[in-house]
Design a protein around this ligand. Structure first.
Ligand code: HEM
Length: 183
């Protein structure tokens, strides 16, 4: 994955747990704490090792690290200069979810090595949605939970999101229900 992802893991850990914790995590993951280059592509294994080492160090499940990371990503990418692109992709949570593939396609113009996920939203009659997420990578469904919660905050709403099913081909279906404006 692009170094931007590993840099965001670093930003999350440093901002919430301090620099010393990041050093411990890098040591555990056998990763150089010197830093990542945002636009360089790194082996996915490095990101997985960082997540596993963070989970071990913070004594929380890897799923919780991924969920926190997903939520952080929705703020981090804006700070890193993707705010204009994000602003173009929708004025509501549903519109934004509908545009995720178009957004990653745009990002792929500047990041030719991108291996993006794919999303498709299916509206239900009761106003909720089924969000289909497909990826070549394993184990990142908890990140989607955090991403959708982070996006909801951006649109001043709150959501309940539940994983309904996952299959071996890398397809996951979530139920997404807006639960109202955040207070
Ligand atoms: C402007 C904001 C965003 C940028 C710059 C961005 C960019 C990226 C990059 C660089 C990766 C790593 C893939 C690779 O390097 O091959 C990635 C992965 C991913 N992105 Fe985005 N992304 C953005 C927003 C979002 C949002 C809002 C979602 C919400 C659902 C999302 C969902 C994902 C997921 C789930 C992955 C993990 C890869 C996988 O599942 O295979 N991204 N994105």
């Amino acid at each position: 994955m692009y170094g931007l992802v590993n840099r965001a893991v670093e930003g999350l850990v440093r901002s919430q747990f301090g620099d010393a914790t990041w050093t411990v995590i890098c040591k555990k993951a056998e990763v150089d704490p010197g830093g990542f280059v945002a636009m360089d592509v790194y082996d996915d294994a490095i990101t997985y090792k960082l997540v596993a080492a963070a989970a071990e160090t913070l004594e929380i499940p890897a799923e919780a690290v991924l969920e926190a990371f997903g939520e952080y990503w929705t703020v981090y990418t804006i700070e890193e200069g993707y705010g204009d692109l994000v602003a173009m992709m929708g004025d509501s949570l549903n519109e934004f979810l509908d545009n995720l593939d178009a957004m990653h396609e745009r990002i792929g113009d500047a990041m030719p090595g991108l291996v993006p996920p794919s999303f498709k939203r299916e509206p239900n009659d009761d106003g909720s949605s089924i969000l289909h997420y497909s990826s070549d990578r394993e184990g990142l469904a908890p990140m989607v939970v955090g991403l959708v919660k982070g996006l909801a905050k951006r649109f001043n709403t709150t959501v309940e999101i539940k994983l309904l099913e996952s299959d071996a081909s890398g397809h996951h279906a979530f139920h997404v229900q807006e639960t109202g404006p955040s207070s």
